[in-house]
Ligand binder design. Structure first.
Ligand SMILES: NCc1[nH]cc(CCC(=O)O)c1CC(=O)O
Length: 321
């Protein structure tokens, strides 16, 4: 089957999502394809007053795009890989993984705050709705108060400016892509804040039966080093279960010897328990090693911590491991 002309990219409507879709559009156009963009609203965009961890559905930013792919209304879906569940629905293929931006987390100070992270006063307030960020902030500085915030990157920044918080934690990648590097106070050291699985990478999906489209997307957009790293991270997440619904992180990257270094983290909600470990292995072993790392952290006590968190939640029924 020939590749559709024009190729229709489906995307969420946030500024970051549109930036990412337009970035992919320009890469495809550089290869001579005609491309249209169609904006699709997801539940994650509509329900703004509930933390993602409580919506109780891993696919909160992706389900509507999956449906449009299966219906043939769009041919390509561009996602932040971080927002993709560890197992895609049947009929959907991750055709390509785009090159990673900075995978880390940023401290974004309130415009009136000049303190660096290390200078934040006792009892400082940082905003984030991410359980992973909250747990790791608390493990690092138990005195810091963490308050929830939701919405797109742009609306979160507006909330920060209108608040009396000291700052906020956001992904470096989103800020850099949106041209907002001026808002970055500093990067969180990655030993303080292990990044989220897939953070900073793009996931480009299509319908599984569109083999020619999948092959074409792979050849034009795929970045192998990123794919090896984030595939290992996603293996970690599959073993741990729960995606954004639980305070876990995993970060894999190549070192100078061309080995893969994998950091994994499982934490209690308030950082009082913290299980972290690093593995170094060959690229071929990365996914197996990441699964083994996850199992080691679960066995060390991580499983109990996560069971408590999941048991506490009313949306338990939709939690998948
Ligand atoms: N949770 C929403 C989301 N999904 C992807 C990014 C940032 C870009 C990326 O990680 O690729 C963000 C915002 C944030 O966490 O600051």
């Amino acid at each position: 089957m020939p590749i559709p002309d024009p190729l229709v990219i489906g995307t969420r409507g946030s500024e970051l999502a549109l930036w990412q879709a337009n970035f992919v559009k320009s890469q495809l156009e550089a290869h001579g394809h005609r491309v249209d963009i169609e904006v699709i609203v997801t539940r994650g965009d509509q329900v703004l007053d509930v933390p993602i961890s409580e919506i109780g559905d891993e696919a909160v930013f992706t389900k509507e795009l999956d449906r449009a792919l299966l219906a043939g209304d769009i041919h390509v879906a561009v996602h932040s890989l971080k927002d993709l569940p560890s197992r895609l629905p049947s009929g959907i293929t991750l055709a390509a993984i785009g090159e990673r931006e900075d995978p880390g987390d940023a401290f974004v100070p309130h415009p009136g705050v000049d303190e660096s992270l290390d200078e934040l006063p006792e009892g400082a307030v940082l905003a984030t709705a991410s359980l992973r960020r909250r747990a790791q902030i608390k493990a690092w500085r138990p005195d810091i108060e963490v308050v929830p915030v939701r919405g797109n990157v742009d609306s979160r920044l507006e909330k920060l400016d209108d608040s009396d918080w000291h700052g906020m934690v956001l992904a470096m990648a989103g800020l850099l892509r949106m041209g907002l590097s001026a808002r970055i106070g500093e990067a969180f050291p990655k030993d303080v804040m292990v990044p989220a699985v897939g953070q900073g990478a793009l996931g480009i999906a299509c319908a599984s039966d569109e083999h020619d489209t999948a092959d074409a997307l792979q050849s034009m957009l795929h970045h192998e080093a990123t794919a090896i790293a984030v595939t290992a991270e996603r293996s970690f997440m599959q073993t741990v279960g729960g995606g954004c619904q639980v305070p876990t992180g995993a970060f894999a990257r190549f070192n100078d010897e061309e080995d893969v270094v994998i950091d994994g983290c499982i934490a209690g909600l308030d950082g009082e328990e913290m299980y972290r470990e690093r593995r170094v292995c060959t690229p071929e072993q990365a996914s197996d090693e990441a699964r083994d790392l996850a199992q080691t952290l679960l066995d060390a006590g991580g499983a109990e911590v996560l069971d408590e968190i999941i048991g506490d939640r009313t949306s338990r029924a939709s939690f998948r491991s």
